[in-house]
Design a binder for this molecule. Sequence first.
Ligand code: PLP
Length: 391
Amino acid sequence: MLETLMPNYTRLPVTFTKGEGAWLWDAEGNRYLDALSGIAVCGLGHTHPAITEAICDQAQTLLHTSNLYGIAYQQTLADKLIQISGMETVFFCNSGAEANEAALKIARLYGRHLKIDVPTVIVVEGAFHGRTLATLTATGNPKVRQGFEPLMPGFIRVPYNDLQAIENVALQHSEVVAVLVEPLQGEGGIQIPDASYLTKLRKLCDKHNWLLMLDEIQTGIGRTGKWFAYQHDNILPDVLSLAKGLGNGIPVGACLARGKVASIFQPGTHGSTFGGNPFACRVALTVLETIEKNDLISRVNQLSQRFTEGFSQKLNIAGVKAVRTKGLLIGIELDKPCGELVQQALAKSLLINVTAGNVIRLLPPFILTDEQVDEVIDKISQLVQHFLQAT
Ligand SMILES: *Cc1c(COP(=O)(O)O)cnc(C)c1O
């Protein structure tokens, strides 16, 4: 076969051709239970009727004009995001990396306003922020950065969940303007920091006049059992990046800002051809309305509880180092690398992911039934038990 796709992905030997709710089907008609939601994207499951209807209707109405004009649904979506987040302004783009690029450009401009020559952003180990040159520089995993040097200047990396390390940077570097972190790390292995981490980080940023920039691309839009993970701590960031779950499969990202940086982007400083087009905004608005109307954030918490109880009964065994759950971000850490479990789960018609080498990651959709939760728990528990005995 002629290789026409760039070989940057190792793909599993399956192609899905149809989806409904938490189910996916391949071309042969085999059915799979999706406990990954396309990596935290399809929180409402596949082909949710409300989303499908919005897509069809908007496709028949208007897809794209330009940010040179007012855009239907863009203002309404921005208002809704502001209402649920407590932020003040929104810039729309098309992906997570772009949302973080906007955040990093805001940090640079903020530094310029403070007359800082090399505005520097503190980032952390284990972080994932994307694949563009700036966001891969911000990313913790050396494999993501390797080969793409020279990296972007203006970053300092410290360990995650370590406020003292950040204080130490403050003592040595006067050019810091912002801290960029995930409230909990997704790609990094569902790493949940100490309960006081974000609150103390907020105070630290205030003390030094730094921006607190939260990457909620994976954790946002209900995934952790609140609209945004920082709402568990009653703080507000200065800058917030969103994508994944916002469009339920339609590419859309957003960078939200507040306070002294709410209006720092002036005409000509930033933009996007596709960003915030009528189609993406209509669909994203429908995603938010559907979550709200069906009280799906409460449902995330119920489902989370069921997963936590199920796994604590069935995976309380040697070889399982920890089960970490925050809403429907679930990480099961084993005492050895377990990448092969992805394929073993696929053979049992279950879609999961393994990240950071030894952490099974589940990001199921919010519309799971109790029976589907139990099926995921049973299958994973059997796979893990078998895997630990066999290796
Ligand atoms: C997925 C992800 C990104 C990158 O998003 P893309 O849409 O792939 O560019 C950035 N940050 C976090 C936390 C993510 O999970």
